[in-house]
Design a protein around this ligand. Structure first.
Ligand code: NAD
Length: 366
């Protein structure tokens, strides 16, 4: 397994491989860049088939966090961690405690938050041994409701704001009444996004591999159930993938019938060139790391203790960022994903230059 010459290595500052035979913990922490601040990113638990698969995932996700935080104008660096194991079978308190001890040994250069396979209680268990966990504080959320630290409500709200910006740009409408939206994945983010859309008067189609998640949206929001095969290819106004990455690929893009793709899932493009394919088909793609930044914004402010109004105002800027990306794309003819990378780098360099840091530390390789 290559590390320094790995295709996804991209000048990572730091990689740690943790092993704790007593608890079965095998984990990798990747710190891509800390020029803007400590590297904050989720801790994912997944039954990776190989160590190589885990390494590739953590490197890609970690770099993505540098770009996401820079684009969202947050004083945070980019990092991520993965625990190799099945969260349904292998997760124990002892294992999470061992992870907490390892995080502590990094001295705060990396701060872990929730990700797929980990939840608020897991982060709290890690927090018995380290201060360097986030997304765990009971407080008043950005929307005035009680929050337990879970970033999903802010992610869903930010995705809704970004989806509105995409609809305004592509369809020139501000009123979402009657807008047709298909949502793939009705989990923590997808369900809340569906609720925001329902409140705005949109018509919804939903699909989730877990029947009960889909049924909840049907029963509570009047959504129409769709199938695994159809959900991305319905003749709707917006497709919102909120389940997993790489769903925009060689097979799916030619079949899309919606003029807009705007969803919360990370790494939606299977490969960078799919950005161009979407542009060539006239489909407006809201870059994932721009539209789903609500969660990292929320977690950032948990640590600074800002008011709910401050958090909400910052999440609202996702709409402005996307509008800037869409306008630059329209003017230049370049695809939105490339523009989002470029804007993230501009914001990153503006900050690091202001702080007297070497501006050449970040360059888009994706
Ligand atoms: P979640 O696990 O709560 O929900 C995901 C849902 O997708 C689940 O209901 C699951 O059953 C469903 N699903 C899985 N595979 C599917 C498939 N093939 N087809 C249809 N449904 C499928 O996760 P979440 O927190 O809602 O996150 C959703 C996505 O958004 C993930 O890609 C995540 O990385 C991304 N994201 C989440 C946050 C956050 O704050 N939670 C922040 C940024 C990005």
């Amino acid at each position: 397994m290559n590390v320094f010459s790995h295709p996804e290595f991209d000048n990572h500052e730091h990689l740690s491989f943790f092993c704790d035979p007593e608890t079965g913990l095998k984990a990798i922490v990747a710190i891509h860049n800390t020029s803007r601040g400590p590297a904050l990113g989720g801790c994912r638990m997944f039954p990776y088939a190989t160590d190589e698969e885990a390494l590739r995932d953590v490197l890609r996700l970690s770099r993505g966090m540098t770009y996401k935080s820079a684009l969202a104008n947050l004083d945070l660096g980019g990092g991520k961690s993965v625990i190799i194991g099945d969260p349904r079978k292998d997760k124990t308190e002892a294992l999470m405690e061992a992870m907490g001890r390892h995080l502590e040994s990094l001295g705060g250069r990396y701060i872990a938050a929730e990700d797929s396979g980990t939840s608020v209680p897991d982060l709290k268990v890690m927090g018995r041994h380290t201060r360097h966990v986030a997304g765990i504080a009971d407080r008043t959320g950005f929307d005035g409701n009680p929050s337990n630290g879970d970033p999903s409500p802010a992610t869903a709200y930010g995705t809704f704001i970004g989806l509105q910006a995409a609809v305004k740009h592509k369809l020139d409408r501000s009123d979402l009444r009657g807008l047709k939206v298909a949502i793939q994945g009705i989990g923590n983010v997808g369900f809340r996004l569906a609720r925001h859309l329902k409140e705005a008067g949109a018509e919804l189609w939903v699909y989730d591999i877990h029947e009960d998640n889909m049924q909840r949206a049907v029963d509570q929001l009047g959504a129409r159930p769709a199938s695994a095969e159809d959900i991305l290819f319905l003749p709707v106004d917006v497709v919102a993938p909120c389940a997993m990455g790489a769903v925009l690929n060689d097979d799916s893009i030619p079949q899309l019938r919606a003029p807009i793709v705007a969803g919360a899932a990370n790494n939606l493009l299977a490969r960078p060139e799919h950005d161009v394919m979407l542009r060539d088909r006239g489909i407006l793609y809201a870059p994932d790391f721009a539209i789903n930044a609500g969660g990292i914004i929320d977690v950032f402010y948990e640590r600074t203790g800002a008011t709910p109004g401050t958090v909400r105002a910052h999440v609202d800027t996702i709409g402005d960022t996307l509008t800037e990306i869409f306008n630059r794309s329209s003017r230049s003819g370049r695809p939105t994903g490339a523009i989002a990378n470029e804007l993230a780098e501009e914001r990153f360099h503006k900050h690091t230059a202001g702080a007297g840091l070497a501006p050449e530390r970040l360059a888009c390789t994706g």
